[in-house]
Ligand binder design. Structure first.
Ligand SMILES: *Cc1c(COP(=O)(O)O)cnc(C)c1O
Length: 436
């Protein structure tokens, strides 16, 4: 399988080059040259298949001859060493919990798969590969944990000083060894600008070997197709129409679902759920794409004003908004509605949603009600554990949120970070100094 750039001006790349480049040289995002339709027998038999077999079959379809089967199986076995249970919330609504990985957010799927894939490509004694990533929270912790002690790889996480939650900061500054946290005196947008500048710095790239671990990287996208199939597999056979809502920011998560559908996964429709950063729902409604600065919300990992994976959605639908509308419905909700949903669902069912999952829940419920088709099953993705957002969730449920042991462990450790101004020369000098 080769990978092409959504800008169509760069040469096709092998899986290895696509992963190591991150962004294509023409600034586009990589996509698999061909998305194969898997046989109906596979989808019909999926309800009895182990997760790792489902993931392997889908991955094999997308990377085919790029990687040997036994290596691919091993990557999946090591990367996905946690559960993704489907939990019923009401008669027709369930959630698939994607937060059972080590950093308690769905980003563990992408980060851990990418780490295992790079482990296969980069060897001890090679020139070290630097993974540069800008984070507003969850990405940084997932990358830090996934790449910890991977030989030949150095991780540099840029995060905005004072602008990530205490828990998120602890998760990304307490890993150590080959993982360095760079605390930038600026905003998340400044961090992202610095990373972009470093990747565009051809002079620097001659001496410092580096790639990006943001959600543009194809290695993060591939495993995000798997859990849509895991969710479907846990429904009873013959469940009728199935709608899935994905709480979205950069829309990498949703693109995973769209690709799975192209491969034959019987999901009737997707709901792209956002907070007030509603650039994509607005596009679906008006046909106009208006990126703009992001607005801060309580579902902060979805505070994105210019969704990076939108280029992939456009590419999948050949820039045709009408076609897109048949598969994707967009809905947005504000913080008050999100808070109310967390309280209501807890009071009615005892289930504790995190603010991101709650946006997905709201969008799913609204979509099912509007559609009014009896018998449709709805699934929303629960993208983070509620304990990651204690300060928001706790007051809303008037009770305790259980804190998983891994989180408590990070909270007890000492923060270690390097403070840098939001000045590109300072980052550049630091990267040159620390490249070995
Ligand atoms: C990153 C993130 C999202 C948004 O995912 P995208 O792929 O950027 O759309 C949603 N919820 C949580 C908890 C996240 O960390």
């Amino acid at each position: 399988m080769k990978f092409y750039s959504t800008n169509k001006k760069a040469p096709e790349a092998s899986l290895k080059d696509a992963v190591l480049n991150g962004l294509a040289p023409d600034g586009g995002l990589y996509m698999p040259q061909n998305i194969p339709l898997l046989p109906t027998e596979f989808w019909e038999g999926i309800h009895d298949m182990p997760f790792h077999d489902i993931a392997f079959t889908i991955a094999q379809g997308l990377v085919s001859d790029s990687i040997e089967d036994d290596v691919l199986r091993e990557i999946i076995r090591k990367a996905l060493n946690f559960e993704a249970p489907l939990v019923p919330i009401s008669d027709n609504i369930s959630t698939i919990e994607l937060f059972h990985g080590p950093t308690l957010a769905f980003k563990d799927f992408g980060a851990r798969f990418m780490a295992q894939l790079l482990k296969h490509y980069v060897h001890e004694g090679d020139e070290p590969l630097n993974i540069l990533v800008a984070t507003s929270g969850d990405t940084g912790s997932a990358i830090a944990s996934a790449f910890f002690q991977v030989p030949g790889i150095k991780v540099k996480i840029l995060y905005p000083k004072g602008k990530v939650s205490e828990i998120q900061e602890k998760q990304l500054t307490t890993v150590g060894e080959n993982v360095e946290a760079l605390e930038i005196q600026g905003t998340f947008d400044d961090c992202q600008k610095l990373v972009k500048k470093a990747f565009a710095d051809t002079e620097l790239r001659k001496t410092v070997h580096m790639t990006s671990a943001n959600s543009i990287n194809i290695a993060r996208l591939l495993p995000q197709t798997f859990y849509y199939a895991f969710a479907y597999a846990q429904l009873e056979q013959g469940s009728g129409d199935v709608v899935v809502a994905a709480p979205s920011g950069n829309f990498g998560n949703l693109v995973g679902g769209l690709i799975a559908k192209r491969m034959g996964l019987p999901i009737t429709q997707f709901v792209g759920a956002t907070n007030v950063n509603d650039v994509v729902p607005e596009y679906l409604e008006t046909g106009k794409f208006r990126p703009r600065p992001s607005i801060m919300t309580i579902s902060n990992s979805m505070d994105v004003g210019n969704p990076s994976n939108f280029a992939r959605i456009l590419d999948l639908y050949g820039d045709d908004v009408e076609k897109m509308r048949t598969d994707i419905h967009g809905l947005s909700f504000n913080d008050d509605e999100t808070r109310q949903a967390i309280t209501n669902v807890y009071n009615d069912t005892g289930y504790i949603m995190d603010p991101h999952g709650a946006v997905g829940y709201l969008a799913l419920r609204a979509h099912l009600e509007k559609q009014g088709k009896a018998g449709t099953r709805g699934i929303f993705l629960e993208t983070a554990h509620p304990a990651k957002f204690l300060d928001v969730v706790k007051p809303l449920i008037n009770g305790e949120v259980p804190v998983p042991a891994s989180l408590q462990e990070a909270l007890n450790k000492e923060k270690q970070s390097t403070l840098l101004p939001k000045d590109y020369e300072a980052l550049r000098a630091h990267l040159k100094l620390r490249r070995e």
